[in-house]
Design a protein around this ligand. Structure first.
Ligand SMILES: Nc1ncnc2c1ncn2[C@@H]1O[C@H](COP(=O)(O)OP(=O)(O)OP(=O)(O)O)[C@@H](O)[C@H]1O
Length: 279
């Protein structure tokens, strides 16, 4: 692997989507730069039916934001459009003031995307994989190596850093993918269901790492079906249903908006989603 490290080289075709998107729909609204981490306006995507329906979303810099919603609500589709992996039919996406549809490469340099279906190279060890990803970003090994060691250690993978990933469990692979996504020190970290399938210890590692990143000034957006995690970790929670944001705020604000002083997020979620389905 060291032949790659510290040099720029041609990105393998199947990885190109991760570093250079071409999403630029017609009718994109003009967005002004501001100090928010993410501004989404009028984001729309239709497959055989409408998946994301003119979504507006603002995530403040330094915020931990949880996006929750029922199956098929449009969470993953939204985040894939934000990450430049899927072309919106309409709308605008601004990441730290960068128009992500106009300049996807610049946008990708400041963000990380962690899919719920991690893709890593089985024949590499975690350390080699992180060296490889760092090489893609043009990061010198002297800089990337201590970062990689620290990431693997904080995710509990230190003892496995020289083992090939092909023997790893799904949870271990998820953690390697997360480490790979963070190796270029992104300011915005977008994660789709990062805790699904992780055991309690691994989940603790991932939550600890994300909290530490937020304390260091990063912005985190994640989807989750684990409402206790959203409740405990997120500064704000967005509830999405049928491709639209139906409620948003801190847990206290969500309770106030819905007239339930001390109800759980789960009860609020069920009430909101039931209301939306009946509308
Ligand atoms: N590539 C695709 N082709 C066709 N339809 C799609 C595609 N991706 C998503 N959809 C549809 O878009 C809608 C939103 O899906 P999406 O995966 O964004 O929902 P989600 O909120 O992430 O759901 P879940 O919580 O189950 O992961 C669903 O109706 C889904 O079937």
């Amino acid at each position: 692997m060291t032949e790659f490290v510290g040099r720029r080289f041609t990105v393998p075709k199947h990885l190109q989507v991760m570093v250079a998107g071409d999403a630029k729909p017609d009718g994109v609204a003009v967005m002004k730069p501001d100090n928010s981490a993410l501004e989404v306006r009028g984001l729309t995507k239709r497959f055989d039916r409408l998946a994301v329906d003119g979504l507006d979303l603002t995530i403040h810099a330094g915020e931990f934001y949880a996006l929750v919603g029922p199956n098929g609500a449009g969470k993953t589709t939204t985040l894939r459009m934000v990450a430049g992996l899927l072309r919106p039919d309409a709308g605008a996406v601004s990441i730290f003031g960068i128009d992500a549809l106009d300049d996807p490469v610049a946008a990708k340099q400041v963000m990380a995307w962690v899919s719920d279906e991690p893709m890593i190279y089985d024949k590499l060890t975690p350390l080699e994989y992180l060296e490889f990803v760092a090489g893609l970003w043009g990061i010198a090994p002297t800089v990337s190596e201590p970062v990689a060691q620290e990431l693997l250690s904080s995710l509990g993978l230190e003892a496995h850093r020289h083992e090939r990933c092909e023997g790893f469990s799904k949870g271990m692979r998820q953690k390697v993918a997360l480490a790979g996504a963070l190796v270029h020190d992104p300011r915005l970290i977008i994660l789709d269901e990062p805790l699904t399938g992780l055991d309690a210890v691994s989940a603790r590692h991932v939550k600890g790492l994300l909290s530490e990143r937020v304390r260091a000034g990063c912005t985190v957006i994640m989807t989750t079906h684990i409402l206790e995690v959203a409740e405990r970790m997120a500064d704000r929670i967005g509830v999405i249903a049928s491709g639209r944001l139906v409620a948003e705020g801190t847990l206290t604000e969500l309770r106030q908006q819905n007239g339930h002083a001390d109800t759980s997020l789960e009860d609020l979620f069920i009430a909101l989603v039931t209301l939306q389905a009946a509308a």
